[in-house]
Design a protein around this ligand. Sequence first.
Ligand code: 5GP
Ligand code: MN
Length: 339
Amino acid sequence: MKQTDIKEVKQLLATPKNIVIVTHWSPDGDAMGSSLGLYNYLIQQKHHVTVITPNDYPAFLNWLPGNNKVLNYQLKTKIAKPIIAKADIIFCLDFNSLKRIEVLGVEVGKAKAIKFIIDHHLQPEDFAKYMLHSTEACSACELVFDFINLMADGKSINKNIANCLYTGMMTDTGSFRFPSTTARTHKIVAALIDAGANNSEIHNRIYDDNTESRLRLLGYCLSEKLTVLKEYNTAFFSLRADELKRFNYKKGDTESVVNYALSIEGICFAAFFVERDEAVKTSFRSKGTFDVNLFARKNFNGGGHAHAAGGQSDLTLDEAVIKFVSLLPEYKKQLNKKQ
Ligand code: 5GP
Ligand code: MN
């Protein structure tokens, strides 16, 4: 962010404003952690703030401070619309294109508010006046931490803010193990713990809160649904809607299943396909040099980061998988590169 922008934003936030915070479709730990981290900072500064999500998010995030004030646009469209129209500022967190918030993007796009993107995804679109963006940041939460430090000082980070930001940094780095984790990540996390983040408790709430059916669904995926294509160093899962139903699927239940495929020795490309009402949702993960952002953009109408991306397809589940497998020969050289 330019110095002049920082000055302008400081001036803008010097008096109480109507602020809306929006985040991406199917919010994850970073989307909710960054949104509620920023929410807790802005209400401390006496602004009127509403967090609006395009749709629902997993129950293991419901403990985040401020969660009970969040508006789900799908369920509360009538309440949310005038709040968006009246906003002075709209913060867009953890996404890089208005398409990522589906129909909510139409309202945000036509709102008179000043837009401010805080994001770490590749290739952001130009729809905001201000942008705090870095693909080096491990998470949007890291950038919210930077934003608060640019606006004020670290002392403004209270326990609620610290718990929210810790959550997103932890989930987006796979508990501080992905290559996006840097010394800076750990320094910020140390500062958050100093500010009151309860790291061990957060781990428990996010990772040790499985329902029995979620764990059984994972077991089913691992034993029955995994395909390994050694020739391409690729492994993937696919799940039909009836299988989700059989395991009493709840939002978030399949989150990070794809990482198990990537954990297989020698595998550098992993995918997960799941049949949803709207479309087939895809998740891609990689290790080493294979760029799944490019792969998802080119072939599955999506995007994300070099090592973690997603997308969707209007094909049937089987057709989407066939398409995926048929694309692999094109990428064989890259997939067989010594890492
Ligand atoms: P996941 O596979 O966990 O849904 O998403 C992995 C990463 O890719 C996240 O950073 C997410 O924001 C991004 N992503 C997931 N789905 C899409 C999509 O449909 N379009 C774009 N542009 N990014 C996506
Ligand atoms: Mn993120």
